[in-house]
Design a protein around this ligand. Structure first.
Ligand SMILES: Nc1nc2c(ncn2[C@@H]2O[C@H](COP(=O)(O)OP(=O)(O)O)[C@@H](O)[C@H]2O)c(=O)[nH]1
Ligand SMILES: [Mg+2]
Length: 239
C-alpha cells in the first residue's frame, strides 16, 4: 500500500457542466491524486465525460457506471467500497458540483495525520457557506441537529459530504448491511465509523452553492432522509 496515494470519490448525477473543470482542478493538485467517478447513467451525458477523462488520464481516473435504481446513497456505498479495495492510503469524498473546493483538500489531508476520519465543516470557526438562501440554510441546520439527536453525531457539521478517510477505516465497514439509498448515507457511514472507535476530526471548509446544474434534493428526498435516520438508528446494532 502506498500511504501517499489519494483517491477522490465523486458521485455524479447530471454534472455535465461541472465535472471537467473539477477533474482538472483535482488532478492538478499533484501526481498522488486520482479519481473514482460513480455515475448513475446521468441523462445529460456526464458518464461519457467521465469516460473521456479516463481516456485522457490513463491510470488516474476510474469510472463506475451504475445500473438503476439510482441514488446518492447507492452510489456512495458502491464508491466507498470500491475505494476501500484500492491501494490508496487516503480516500476523499466530495460533491461533483464545485460546491466543495479542491483547495480545501490539503487541510483535510493535514488533519488526517492525527485522525482516521476528517470532516469538512461549514459550521465551525473559519468555515462558511456562500449562496445559501433562507430555506437551504434552515434545511442544513435542521439536518445537522437531527443527525445529532437521532444518531448522536455530535459534530459541528455531521451532514457534510466533504470528508477524508483512512482507507483501512472504510475497509472495515459492512457495506451490505447499510440501508441508505439516498443522502442519509453520509450520516450512516459516520455512525458506523464512530461506532468502531475511529478518531474523527473536523476542519473548516468553505461551501459554495452550485452555479451550474440542479440540486437533486427535493421535499420527498428530505422526508425520506428523516425516515432513514430513524431506520439507521434502529439498524445500528448491525453496523
Ligand atoms: N451517482 C449519483 N450521484 C448523485 C445522485 N444524486 C446526487 N448525486 C451527486 O451527489 C452530489 C451532491 O448532490 P446535490 O444534488 O448537489 O446535493 P446538495 O448539494 O445537497 O443539494 C453531487 O455530486 C451529485 O451529482 C445519484 O442519484 N447518483
Ligand atoms: Mg450540491
Amino acid at each position: 500500500m502506498s500511504a501517499s496515494k489519494i483517491l477522490v470519490f465523486l458521485p455524479t448525477y447530471n454534472e455535465k457542466g461541472n465535472l471537467d473543470r473539477l477533474a482538472e482542478q483535482l488532478l492538478s493538485l499533484g501526481p498522488e491524486f486520482s479519481l473514482l467517478i460513480v455515475d448513475d447513467q446521468s441523462p445529460d451525458g456526464t458518464g461519457e465525460i467521465a469516460d473521456q477523462l479516463a481516456r485522457e488520464y490513463p491510470g488516474r481516473v476510474e469510472v463506475i457506471h451504475r445500473a438503476p435504481p439510482r441514488g446518492r446513497g447507492l452510489a456512495g456505498r458502491d464508491g466507498l467500497k470500491r475505494a476501500s479495495e484500492t491501494d490508496c492510503g487516503i480516500v476523499v469524498e466530495m460533491d461533483a458540483d464545485l460546491s466543495h473546493r479542491p483547495e480545501d483538500i490539503p487541510k483535510l489531508i493535514a488533519a488526517i495525520q492525527d485522525a482516521d476520519v476528517v470532516l469538512g465543516s461549514r459550521y465551525m470557526p473559519g468555515g462558511g457557506t456562500e449562496g445559501f438562501g433562507p430555506r437551504r440554510r434552515l434545511n442544513s441546520r435542521v439536518a445537522g441537529l437531527l443527525s445529532e439527536y437521532v444518531l448522536g453525531l455530535r459534530y459541528s457539521d455531521p451532514t457534510s459530504g466533504f470528508r477524508a478517510f483512512r482507507r483501512e477505516a472504510l475497509a472495515s465497514l459492512p457495506w451490505d448491511r447499510f440501508i441508505s439509498d439516498g443522502p442519509s448515507i453520509v450520516g450512516e457511514t459516520l455512525y458506523a465509523l464512530r461506532k468502531r472507535g475511529y478518531r474523527i476530526a473536523e476542519v473548516p471548509i468553505f461551501f459554495v452553492e452550485r452555479r451550474v446544474g440542479e440540486s437533486k434534493i427535493s421535499p420527498k428526498l428530505i422526508l425520506k432522509w428523516i425516515l432513514n435516520l430513524i431506520r439507521i438508528r434502529l439498524n445500528g446494532h448491525r453496523l
